[in-house]
Design a protein around this ligand. Structure first.
Ligand code: ADP
Ligand code: MG
Length: 239
């Protein structure tokens, strides 16, 4: 199972017109695969993740998660899909300053209404798997940038998602640390059978991924060929 976007169009209000952030974008990422989304700033990469993550409903097109069409779900059902099937990692780790690494993960369980007590061992196991066995009880200011991003990745895996959506996870890291994070994501996708969609502007890491989608405003120019076509063309709402 996987995530699929079919012919998604997303526009934002822009004065008297609409800005086309996604112009007929299609992609499929299977479980066990790490896919990279590249493209210039403003080409719609974050918008694509927002649509895939059910944070924004597209103007048209279909979002399929694990074989189910989730495009038309109401707000409550979307939240359930997000909690149960999706994970998110953003550019900044967005950790809470007062919590230890373990507590950052347990917060997810707490917010989801689950028993924190039963999840403590799982949180520690996940952090250890991600190379943080010595940092379990450290707070964000005691962690390096790469370690903070690992905590954020571990946190995103707490609900055992089938799809992980990752927006520029290495933008705050140096080259070696960036490569380690992308290597980690590749390993996680294969070993935990997760479909990972990773936005990145870092072309030097693309040898580690299973597929590349390039967002731009024209037709595809690169192989492996994306079936995606980025947007950002201004089109009037009423032609
Ligand atoms: P990227 O992540 O590739 O830099 P984005 O998806 O953030 O691109 O943005 C795509 C386009 O949509 C940009 O022109 C941006 O200015 C515009 N945009 C993004 N979010 C909004 C919003 N909430 N309202 C209006 N325009 C937006
Ligand atoms: Mg972005």
């Amino acid at each position: 199972m996987s995530i699929t976007l079919q012919n998604t169009v997303l526009t934002y209000p822009d004065g008297d017109t609409r800005l086309r952030a996604l112009d007929d974008v299609s992609l499929t990422v299977e479980r066990g695969e790490l896919a990279a989304i590249t493209g210039p700033s403003g080409s719609g990469k974050s918008s694509l993740l927002a649509v895939a993550g059910l944070l924004i409903t597209p103007d048209s097109g279909t979002v399929i998660i694990d074989g189910s069409d989730v495009t038309g779900l109401d707000r409550t059902a979307r939240t359930t899909v997000r909690r149960q099937q999706l994970g998110f990692v953003f550019q900044q780790a967005n950790l809470m300053a007062s919590l230890t690494a373990t507590e950052q993960l347990l917060m997810i369980t707490h917010l989801g209404g689950g028993s924190v007590r039963g999840q403590r061992a799982r949180a520690r196991d996940l952090l250890s798997t991600l190379g943080l066995e010595k940092q379990l009880d450290r707070r964000p200011h005691q962690l390096s940038g790469g370690q903070r991003q690992r905590v954020a990745i571990a946190r995103s895996l707490m609900n055992d998602p089938s799809v992980l959506l990752v927006d520029e996870p290495t933008s705050a890291l140096d080259e070696d640390r960036s490569r380690e994070i992308v290597e980690l994501l590749a390993t996680l996708s294969h070993e935990r059978d997760v479909a990972i969609v990773m936005v990145t502007h870092d072309l030097s890491q693309l040898d580690l991924v299973d597929g590349v989608y390039e967002m731009h405003s024209g037709p595809c120019r690169r192989r492996p060929c994306p079936r995606s076509r980025g947007g950002n063309r201004r089109k009037p709402v009423w032609p």
